[in-house]
Design a binder for this molecule. Structure first.
Ligand code: SAM
Length: 274
C-alpha cells in the first residue's frame, strides 16, 4: 500500500463521523509519551490508533500493544505497518470488553487520542473495567477535561466530575492547540491522567448513586430539595447533614455518596415515601 508522508493510506480521507483528527506534532507526541512513561512489560491498549503516530512512539518503549480501531481501512494499514508488535481489535471501543486484555497483577494501561464525539460514553464504559485498569491517559476536548477535573461550586462541575472522581484520581496534564492535528479540530484539547482507586467513601448502592447524581444535575439550577423531589424527601437530605436549599453543584463527591447511602438505608427510591 502506498503511504503518504503523514503515514496515512494514500486514498484515506479523515472521517468526521469517526472523530478523526490525527496528531502530527512530534513535540506533543513526545510530551504524551513522557506523561505515560511506558515500560517494556506494560500491558497496554491504545483506543483509536488512527494513522499510528502515537502507536509508533509507544512501540519504541513497549514490546507489544493492543489497539482498538473502528476504521477498517486504517486498521489494515496499521497491521501492515507494525506487524506482530500489534494486536489489532477491529471494532467499537464503546462495546469492547477490555477485561479480555487484562491479566497479571499490574493492571491494564489504557491510552488514546480519543474520538471527541463519543468521549463521555466511552469514559463511562471504561469505568466499568476500573478494577482491571492501572491507569488511563487520554487526549480529550479541553472542555471535557475541565468537567472531569472540576471542583464543587463551578459551572463545569457536574455528573461527569462526580462519577469520574468517585472512581479515579484525575489530573489535567497539559493543553494541546488545534494546530497539532490534521485536520485541526475546532476546539482546544488537553491530556488527562486517570488512576482508578477505591472511593474514599463507598456507595452502598453504586447504581443508586449514579441515578441520584444524574437526577440532581438534570436540574442544576434548582435547590437540592426541588431537584431531588422525585427521589428523596427533604428530611432525608437533612439526615445526610446537607442543606436542602443548596444547589446540587455545591455538593462534594463524598456528600453525594453520603446522601445516596442515606437513601439506600431508607429503602432506595421506591422505599421512600415522597
Ligand atoms: N490516535 C490517532 C492520532 O492521535 O493521530 C487518531 C486519533 S483520532 C482523534 C480518533 C481515532 O479513533 C480514529 O482513528 C478513529 O477512527 C477512531 N475511532 C472513532 N470511533 C471509534 C470507536 N467507536 N471505537 C474505536 N475507535 C474509534
Amino acid at each position: 500500500m502506498k503511504i503518504r508522508r503523514d503515514d496515512r493510506p494514500a486514498d484515506h480521507r479523515p472521517r468526521k463521523r469517526f472523530g478523526q483528527h490525527f496528531l502530527h506534532d512530534p513535540a506533543v507526541i513526545e510530551r504524551i509519551i513522557r506523561a505515560i512513561g511506558p515500560r517494556a512489560g506494560d500491558r497496554m491498549v491504545e483506543i483509536g490508533p488512527g494513522t499510528g503516530n502515537l502507536t509508533a512512539a509507544l512501540l519504541q518503549h513497549v514490546d507489544h500493544l493492543h489497539v482498538v480501531e473502528l476504521d477498517r481501512d486504517l486498521a489494515a494499514h496499521l497491521q501492515s505497518r507494525f506487524g506482530k508488535a500489534l494486536t489489532l481489535h477491529l471494532g467499537d471501543a464503546l462495546t469492547f470488553d477490555f477485561s479480555r486484555l487484562a491479566g497479571g497483577d499490574k493492571g491494564l494501561r489504557v491510552v488514546g487520542n480519543l474520538p471527541y464525539n463519543i468521549s463521555t460514553p466511552l469514559l463511562f464504559h471504561l469505568l466499568g473495567f476500573r478494577s482491571q485498569i492501572r491507569d488511563m491517559h487520554f487526549m480529550l476536548q479541553l472542555e471535557v477535561v475541565e468537567r472531569m477535573t472540576a471542583t464543587p461550586g463551578g459551572r463545569e462541575y457536574g455528573r461527569l466530575s462526580v462519577m469520574v472522581q468517585y472512581h479515579c484520581d484525575c489530573t489535567r496534564l497539559f493543553r494541546v492547540a488545534p494546530g497539532a492535528f490534521t485536520p485541526p479540530p475546532r476546539v482546544e484539547s488537553a491530556v488527562v491522567r486517570l488512576v482508578p482507586r477505591p472511593p474514599p467513601l463507598e456507595a452502598t448502592d453504586p447504581g443508586l448513586l449514579g441515578r441520584l447524581v444524574t437526577t440532581a444535575f438534570g436540574q442544576r439550577r434548582k435547590t437540592l430539595r426541588n431537584a431531588l423531589r422525585s427521589l428523596a424527601p427533604e428530611e432525608l437530605i437533612l439526615d445526610a447533614g446537607l442543606d436542602p436549599l443548596l444547589r446540587p453543584e455545591r455538593l462534594s463527591v463524598e456528600e453525594f455518596v453520603r446522601l445516596s447511602n442515606c437513601l439506600a438505608a431508607a429503602g432506595g427510591e421506591r422505599g421512600v415515601p415522597v
